[in-house]
Design a protein around this ligand. Sequence first.
Ligand SMILES: *Cc1c(COP(=O)(O)O)cnc(C)c1O
Length: 384
Amino acid sequence: MKKIQMVDLKGQYNQIKDVVNPSIQEVIETTSFINGPKVHEFQKHLEQYHNVKHVIPCANGTDALQIAMMGLGLKPGDEVITADFTFAATVEVIALLNLTPVLVDVNPDDFNINIEAIKKAITPKTKAIVPVHLFGQCANMEAIMDIAKAHNLFVIEDNAQAIGATYTYKDGTKAKAGTIGHVSSTSFFPSKNLGCYGDGGAIFTNDDDLAHIIRGIVNHGMYKRYHHDVVGVNSRLDSIQAAVLDAKLPYLDSYNRARQTAAKKYNEAFKGVENIITPVTVNNCDGICDACDCHVFHQYTLKLKGVDRDALVKHLNAHDIPCGVYYPIPLHRQKAYADSRYNESDFKVTNQLIKEVISLPMHTELDDEQIEYITSTLKNFING
Ligand SMILES: *Cc1c(COP(=O)(O)O)cnc(C)c1O
């Protein structure tokens, strides 16, 4: 059996070497390392893939979020509502811009931001909502857009984990994750569903004016060479990363399909195991997501009921099975973001989830033998 990894970047690279290597080589030969033609080509292909008017590539997913917020003109003291159960980057950029983060609870089933909690958190100072499409499926965007419309708020989708996922509205209309809010961000960190070989990110919007503002911000606030109209940043996707991404983009759907297939096999293996709750999909498609693409399984995350998680992690590791706990501490209890405004009673779900969740290896190269080994080793532990 191949060694099991949380993410198998090497195995994936070996499959696409013949496509990626010449693409990188081309950049080196032409030495157009910054803002070269590869960046523009990738941008166009990503716009086409998402059916979105503007993609603005940038240096990483954290920058993408920050620049989106700068582009919207959010001002110090503006309140931005986001999920308590996510990677810290989301709340970090809010705080960094001197905006006021307002962390709220999530749903116990799909782990995404809770709609009632958003409603409860709105004040006259609220300016934006940042839903995070956690672990690969969209937050309840229809409800979030309705709230935003009613209260005149911006919606910034943090789509670092769900690139390629499809969101289905109640009337059956479909849209790609990251094309629904006013603006969205994504990350091409190597382990993300579309990963490059270094850092990378992008901002998406259908708003022409906002796209123009953001294109300047990513490049030192420059709209005309050496004319700096706004305070910007230096955040570019370099051409080598764009070359990798442009070579990989045609595989994104098949990569997500491979993740869905692995998730389905995990689900089947855990069927009927009392102490394990397998991931819930918004469309209740029971992991058979190739039908609707609602979940692209950036992570495959179980909830454990009455299981000693620490002991389970030890057991898995002892059998050479890596696993992860995403996330072990809710953001409202992180030193950097703790605030006397928060009441523990408002975070019942995240406080519970951090004790119950465990993520299993999930990537494009998992084979049946590995999945069988992982699931049987886990079940052996549960059944004593
Ligand atoms: C990965 C990630 C980010 C940050 O992306 P980087 O490219 O690492 O800066 C932001 N938000 C979420 C939810 C992420 O998973």
